[in-house]
Design a protein around this ligand. Sequence first.
Ligand SMILES: Nc1ncnc2c1ncn2[C@@H]1O[C@H](COP(=O)(O)OP(=O)(O)OP(=O)(O)O)[C@@H](O)[C@H]1O
Ligand SMILES: [Mg+2]
Length: 195
Amino acid sequence: MTTAHAQEATGDTAAAARARGATVWLTGLPSSGKTTLALALAGRLRAEGHEVEVLDGDEIRSYLSRGLGFTREDRHTNVTRIGFVAELLASHGVKVLVPVIAPYADSRAAVRARHTARGTELLEVHVATPVELCSARDVKGLYARQAAGEISGLTGVDDPYEAPEHPELRIRTQGRSVAASAAELYTFLTERGLA
Ligand SMILES: Nc1ncnc2c1ncn2[C@@H]1O[C@H](COP(=O)(O)OP(=O)(O)OP(=O)(O)O)[C@@H](O)[C@H]1O
Ligand SMILES: [Mg+2]
């Protein structure tokens, strides 16, 4: 292939990647790195001309899921609602990044089934960080508050977290920089033809 032809092919691939919508769901424990990696990926994709939306748990709970608590049923409802919005956006060519704990396997499976039924791609990324490291990071102070008895029902500590058995990607953040993990996530998208 000549250089000109190679550049044209690369350009076509990039354009095709930009046109494809998909949901990238980052599941993992509190402080595992979901938001950090979603925002890093969002920045890079936007810079490359992708339409990107980030549906983050805290913001969603202030609006779309206002009034919901943290019972199993409410967590399921929260994940189902987010999944519905994600599937709508993804079906219109948006890269939807969802850094949301989603602790229950059946909730995640239901979101996947709906995406599949709509013909929309969903990639499940497990941000796999040991609970001891999450607790040491404790970005929001939740682990400390749980330990002090101020709150209960913290995912991974005294509330269930069902880690995905077969995620499309498992990112182990222990001993890895944010940049390295973000690069791993981006590379995965390129392998899938999405970046
Ligand atoms: N390799 C890595 N990947 C991602 N985050 C990392 C990594 N190494 C260290 N960190 C740090 O871990 C913390 C992860 O916090 P973040 O808010 O992203 O977690 P979260 O999973 O979104 O938690 P929550 O469920 O409470 O919203 C950040 O302070 C980040 O800088
Ligand atoms: Mg977060």
